[in-house]
Design a protein around this ligand. Structure first.
Ligand code: ISE
Length: 335
């Protein structure tokens, strides 16, 4: 039976997910859309057969056509929507971040445990990117031996208005936090941030680029160049350095050309284009698992751990010191 999805928040990611459910993936339909802007959400719902517009997430979840919830509202609104979904025992795909800080993530973690079963997949979409998946399986198979270090690059052409140093950690670096924990299957234990003299292309007050160092419980060291006003395109790459070799993903995409005395190819303009297939696979896998009555993928534990590392990261930015990450013990539900 087709899964009826309520999409909560219809900004950039929410609207893209509505399009994806309608046009790209199978087994699901958009049964309800929710936004604080009544005109915007009505306009969107009017174009979709059998879809109702709401301004209140809980009311949408009570719609008889709704079987599952996709949360794509701003981070600060996630906790309330997650608790509303838990109260109705509805399965959830929640865009990153799970919540904006570790204390609220912990409340969500506790509420899910009180249900007694997992209900949430967190939208860390890089885990569904073909290149990252290949790298993960090579590392898991031990093809290059034990991983010792990761070198990440995360470059955006420009930062949206109002982007802050804290957002560089909470919105951008959070992806490297998740891939590090996932690829290495280790928790991050400490964070350090170096801030070179900023590019003249960054808005006043933004320390851009930054170099971030993680240490893991397994003794690995991970560096990330985070550069959100690089100007030239969207680039994400990861190199694993292992005992028996190295493996790198994300260097080139698409056509390689020779012309006018230059060789090379194009750089993707933004994350929607770079990770398009990852988003499609992420939502399709969530729909498939939900229809089987299962939950898979990144959990509330992953969302909480990422939030805890983000908090340490923001402190490390301001102090310039190494900051230890504090995590509760991993609950049984997430082992
Ligand atoms: C944005 O929110 C994302 O999630 C993108 O993947 C990331 O590259 C970007 O820096 C963030 O602002």
């Amino acid at each position: 039976e087709t899964l009826g999805v309520a999409v909560i928040g219809t900004g950039r990611m929410g609207a893209d997910h509505v399009r994806r459910i309608n046009e790209v993936i199978s087994g699901a339909r958009v049964a309800a859309v929710v936004d604080i802007d009544p005109a915007r959400v009505k306009h969107l719902a009017d174009g979709i057969e059998g879809c109702t517009a709401y301004t209140d997430p809980a009311a949408a979840m009570d719609d008889p056509g709704v079987d599952a919830v996709l949360i794509a509202s701003p981070g600060p609104a996630h906790e309330a929507a997650l608790l509303d979904a838990f109260a109705r025992d509805l399965p959830v795909l929640c865009e990153k971040p799970l919540t904006p800080d570790a204390a609220s993530a912990l409340r969500v973690l506790e509420a899910e445990q009180a249900l007694g079963h997992r209900r949430v997949q967190v939208g860390f979409m890089r885990r569904y990117d073909a290149d990252y998946r290949t790298l993960k399986s090579l590392l898991d198979q031990g093809t290059y031996g034990r991983p010792l270090m990761l070198h990440n690059k995360h470059r955006n052409p420009g930062s949206p208005p109002g982007f802050t140093n804290a957002m560089m950690v909470n919105d951008s670096l959070v992806h490297e936090i998740d891939v590090t924990r996932w690829l290495l299957a280790e928790e991050i234990t400490a964070v350090r941030v170096l801030r070179p003299a900023p590019t003249g292309n960054a808005p006043e007050g933004l320390s851009d680029p930054q170099l971030i160092l993680f240490e893991t419980a397994g003794g690995q060291v991970v560096d990330t160049e985070l550069f959100v006003n690089c100007g030239f395109g969207y680039q994400v790459s990861c190199e694993a350095v292992c005992e028996g070799g190295t493996a790198r993903i994300g260097d080139d995409h698409g056509v390689f050309s020779n012309t006018a005395g230059h060789w090379g190819g194009a750089i993707t303009p933004g994350f929607v284009e770079r990770f398009e297939e990852a988003y499609d696979r992420q939502v399709q896998r969530w729909v498939n698992a939900t229809r089987r009555g299962e939950i898979e993928g990144p959990s509330c534990w992953d969302g909480y751990a990422a939030a805890a590392v983000c908090e340490a990261g923001v402190r490390a930015q301001t102090t310039g010191e190494q900051v230890a990450v504090e995590l509760i013990e991993r609950p049984a539900l997430y082992r």
